[in-house]
Design a protein around this ligand. Structure first.
Ligand code: SF4
Length: 350
């Protein structure tokens, strides 16, 4: 891989942001508690990534402490980014995790710049900040402190139950900056969840985390996405999901159909061939060639199906293309998760 064997201080102009200049030792670590996973520890040069103004993203800045994600969702939109590291978008994305061990320190330094305008920073936009690696590296507490102390509002989006560990700290941060929390839960059938998102906590565990965040004072958004055609989109399945989301205390739901970007699409086809070959022709029909999104007709059908269910379960929110896309400007409002940025197309977020 491109950065393996780098010399201290070497520069790699083709590397991803944060990896261009390895100003410190890079080592690869395997440990029995994380069988099958290799952590590649790097010293990042930068932490804050600017999202270009023309982008469809609902935020201006992101921080990604990890590259790759052991949650291993078969549909993951971020898979292709691993290819920039000369790792593959399939198994390597799930098991070769790049860890920016100094990300909190770099974040703090960048936030201290006089030019920093305290725009909202989104965590969880590319890979999951509360994936299993976070249990070992504990990078998020330092990032949260740095953001709160600098007066920077931020949002956290995750599938990880490790979020629970940091809830007291997040609640403290929310006393001074706007903090939005969202949990991604797409699959409520345990057998299917283990097949399609094999590294994630169960839906029940994630719902318990939603409850804990609610009890800590947050208004939590749940991202019910991606909804998988012919797998999780029946009226009964959606009703079951929304009932559980409401019971967990979430106030808002953003839903959307599966997107299949290049990289993710090939990997998802392989998953279908292995687990549900009967559905392969159907999916090839819905996502022909290079198309990323499900057809408009399907998405309209989904909206017509979900909207009355949201109403029935007294949940705010809507389809990803309908909901508020911008996070409000900073303010000393505690935990107003109701305006969490929508996932600008599940193509880019969970
Ligand atoms: S979709 Fe999110 S949680 Fe799943 S593998 Fe990708 S980054 Fe991780």
């Amino acid at each position: 891989m491109r950065w393996q064997g780098q010399q201290v201080g070497a520069t790699d102009v083709d590397a991803l942001p944060g990896l261009e200049s390895l100003d410190g030792l890079v080592r690869s670590v395997t440990t029995p508690e994380f069988a099958g996973i290799t952590f590649h520890e790097v010293l990042a040069k930068s932490a804050l990534n600017h999202v270009p103004g023309a982008s469809a993203m609902p935020f201006d800045w992101t921080i990604n402490p990890y590259r790759g994600c052991s949650h291993a969702c078969a549909y993951c939109f971020a898979r292709k980014t691993h290819e920039y590291l000369e790792l593959d978008a399939g198994a390597d994305f799930d098991s070769q995790i790049v860890v920016k061990t100094n990300v909190a320190e770099v974040t703090r330094r960048e936030l201290a710049r006089p030019t920093w305008l305290r725009e909202t920073v989104a965590l969880g936009t590319n890979t999951d900040p509360y994936q299993r690696a976070e249990g070992r590296y504990r990078l998020m507490p330092g990032i949260i402190d740095a953001l709160a102390e600098s007066g920077t509002p931020f949002s956290v989006l995750t599938k990880g139950t490790l979020l629970r560990r940091d809830l007291p700290q997040l609640a403290d941060a929310a006393a001074s900056v706007r903090v939005s929390i969202a949990m991604s839960i797409a699959v409520f059938d345990d057998d299917l969840q283990k097949l399609v998102e094999p590294g994630t906590p169960s839906a029940a565990a994630r719902l318990a985390t939603v409850r804990a965040a609610t009890d800590a004072g947050f208004r939590v958004t749940v991202f019910l996405m991606p909804i998988l055609p012919h797998l999780t989109d029946s009226p009964a399945a959606l009703d079951h999901a929304l009932a559980q989301i409401a019971a967990a205390g979430a106030t808002r739901v953003v839903f959307g159909a599966l997107h299949l970007r290049p990289g993710a699409k090939q990997w998802f086809w392989q998953w279908l061939e292995r687990e549900r070959p009967d559905l392969l022709p159907v999916y090839r029909g819905l996502y022909p060639g290079v198309s990323v999104s499900a057809p408009v007709g399907y998405r309209k059908l989904l909206t017509a199906r979900v909207r009355p269910l949201l109403h029935r379960h007294r949940l705010a929110g809507g389809a990803e293309e309908e909901v508020e896309m911008r996070v409000p400007r900073p303010g000393p409002v505690r935990a107003t998760g109701a305006r969490m940025p929508a996932m600008a197309g599940a193509a880019t977020l969970f």
